[in-house]
Design a protein around this ligand. Structure first.
Ligand code: SER
Length: 321
């Protein structure tokens, strides 16, 4: 489905939860030298040794522009952002990074004509949104800074497509689960930390309550969704704000029960904090039929398969260290 072809790709925010895995996958598909990784921080050894890397602040637009021009960049993945819990602590810098970063890149895309990917989130939805099988087009009244920035970003994406023909594509990611990096500052991150704690200590205290069902997705599915959307023929991409995509839905209680199949003496406690409020405002499950219709999206990992894979990888890493 995904073919190797000559692209020059720039990833901004390459050290993050999505970036570090996406860079690896893009390099595998398009060739290492064709994928330039950038981040404001020093990269991991994998990212550094795997191909070109530049330390770069996304808000330094002249430098971003120069990099794009010099390398004849045809695709940009803009992944630099603050997640929900961190953004609530730093509302102004979250808005600046999440919003000005996007606007700057949309302007550059207008001028340099590259294809742009920008991640949105289930956080664009709010308490008035239907919680189950949340439709593609529905009420979006986010209550977090992060959600507000994502919703505004979606509107800007559509605006730049409609008015200036910018080929921008976006996905409303559910909570993302992966074993390769530590997530940073998200509400759905409990579903990553729980594995590390379960394997190391056989216990975990969840900051979300036992029944907090949220939409989630395993990283291999998220990477496939992202690259499939970027590879889709432009004429099939009917949504230029952001696509709903679904993976699986579960609560901390259900995830804990699944982990117990691998670690029978694992115990979970609940001590909800402020993040409970953010979770309560988000959907429980997502209707992704538009993404299916437009570019054939279908998730492969369910709770059982994801848990088994996470467990095996984290367990293996621990034993071999
Ligand atoms: N995973 C994100 C968060 O929890 C939601 O998109 O902030």
């Amino acid at each position: 489905m995904i073919s190797a072809k000559q692209e020059s790709i720039l990833v901004i925010g390459a050290n993050g939860q999505i970036g570090s895995e996406l860079v690896e996958e893009l390099r595998r598909i398009y060739g290492s030298s064709n994928v330039i990784a950038t981040d404001i921080k020093e990269p991991s050894t994998e990212v550094k040794n795997g191909g070109p890397f530049f330390q770069l602040d996304v808000l330094d637009f002249p430098k971003v522009h120069e990099l794009i021009r010099k390398n004849n960049v045809s695709q940009v993945y803009l992944l630099a952002a603050l997640l929900s819990a961190t953004a609530e602590q730093k509302i102004k810098s979250a808005w600046k990074l999440n919003m000005e970063g996007l606007l700057g890149l949309l302007e550059l895309a207008r001028e340099e004509k590259f294809k742009l990917f920008w991640p949105s989130s289930i956080a664009v939805f709010g308490s008035n949104t239907p919680k189950k099988q949340t439709p593609q087009f529905t009420i979006t009244e986010p209550s977090t800074v992060y959600g507000i920035s994502k919703l505004a970003g979606e509107r800007w994406c559509e605006y730049y497509f409609t008015h200036f023909g910018v080929d921008v594509r976006s996905i409303r990611y559910p909570g993302l689960i992966g074993y390769k990096t530590d997530p940073g500052g998200g509400t759905t991150d409990y579903a990553v930390t729980i594995f590390h704690e379960a394997i190391r200590n056989k216990k975990y205290t969840s900051f979300l309550s036992e029944k907090s069902t949220l939409p989630m997705m395993y990283m291999p599915d998220a990477l496939r969704a992202t690259i499939s959307l970027m590879e889709a023929d432009a004429s099939t991409v009917s949504v230029r704000s952001s696509y709903n995509v679904a993976g699986m839905s579960f609560s901390p209680e259900e995830l804990a029960a699944e982990i117990c199949k691998h670690i029978p003496d694992f115990r979970i406690n609940y001590s909800p904090d402020i993040r409970q409020k953010y979770a309560d405002s988000w959907p429980q499950s997502i209707d992704d039929s538009v993404a299916f219709k437009d570019w054939g999206w279908k998730a492969e990992y369910d709770l059982c398969r994801m848990t088994e894979d996470m467990y095996n990888h984290i367990q293996h890493a621990l034993v071999s260290h």
